[in-house]
Ligand binder design. Structure first.
Ligand code: UTP
Length: 281
């Protein structure tokens, strides 16, 4: 019987982050800090809160800093021992102690679908979440994170789920966009999905952001997917096959999302987190 327990999360982090050059020349985009924590740590914390404690990374060249970040630095800990700064390492130490981390490589940059397929050995035959760490999601005070919301839905519906957000019409070309039949409370059953459509071709203004829950049959669907727009294997093409053959849900989540893969979104996130999260702690 297929194991339907969900406790794994995949982070595709092989991209070059060209929009942040030269900052990303020798440092992964996912290690850029929002105030005092790298983007990827926010993502792993969100997964941890959702009960996803097996964490896989699909990395590429020049991404070793991510593996080092999720490993203990004995020398550093020894150095700050007794200095009063120990608490600064507490959040990362908790993640290291309570999660399993595994790494694999995407040797050729062939798009998000291909990156997810590269993580197949890490995720196995289980449902799993996918986080694009450059989409930073911050819950409203007292609320749970987006992945925790999605895991609850997965336990109810047992099918793939994408997180969506309404975006202005002139921004739909940056996203995968869905058409769907409304079910309840911000939940849609996906009927169509178009990757980076023009304003005219977009089926709606409901854009997919960097949080997914995928059932493991997605891997066969990705394998059978030809490279689409820009020669990349798109995850949306594989998801559309799942939607046509079974069910894919789209969920308008609670909370704020910042596109930290863009300079504007990154600065906005920094200001927001400084005011509303960092100063409140
Ligand atoms: P992006 O296209 O936003 O990331 O991919 P990028 O290519 O790193 O950024 P720019 O456009 O050059 O500035 C979204 C996410 O998917 C991952 C990226 O690492 C990023 O987290 N990704 C994308 C892969 O891991 N492999 C790919 O082939 C493509």
């Amino acid at each position: 019987m297929v194991d339907k327990t969900i406790n794994k999360c995949l982070f595709p982090v092989a991209g070059y982050g060209t929009r942040f050059l030269p900052a990303t020349k020798a440092m992964p985009k996912e290690m850029l800090p929002i105030v005092n924590k790298p983007l990827v740590q926010y993502g792993v914390e969100e997964a941890h809160e959702a009960g996803l404690h097996t964490v896989g990374f699909v990395t590429g060249r020049g991404k070793r800093a991510i593996a080092d970040h999720f490993d203990i630095s004995y020398e550093l800990e020894h150095q700050i021992d007794g200095s009063g700064k120990e608490h600064l390492l507490e959040s990362i130490r908790t993640l290291i102690n309570e999660n399993d981390f595994a790494f694999t490589r995407q040797n050729h940059m062939m798009g998000l679908g291909h990156a997810i397929l590269s993580g197949r050995n890490l995720m196995g035959d289980n449902p799993f979440a996918v986080v694009l760490a450059d989409d930073l999601c911050v819950p409203e005070p007292g609320d749970e994170g987006v992945l925790a919301q999605m895991v609850k839905l997965y336990k109810q519906f047992r099918c793939s789920i994408v997180a969506i957000q309404e975006v202005p019409e002139d921004e739909v070309h940056k996203y995968g966009v869905i058409a769907g039949e409304p079910m309840k409370d911000g939940l849609y059953r996906v009927t169509d999905m178009v990757e980076k459509p023009s304003k005219e071709d977009a089926p709606s203004n409901l854009a997919i952001i960097g949080r997914y829950i995928l059932t493991p049959d997605i891997f066969e669907k990705i394998e059978a997917t030809e490279p689409g727009k820009n020669g990349e294997v798109q995850i949306t093409d594989a998801l559309l096959k799942q939607a046509n053959e079974g069910c894919v849900l789209a969920y308008k989540f609670r909370g704020k999302r910042f596109d930290c893969g863009s300079i504007d979104g990154f600065v906005e996130a920094t200001n927001y987190v400084y005011e509303h999260v960092f100063k409140q702690d």
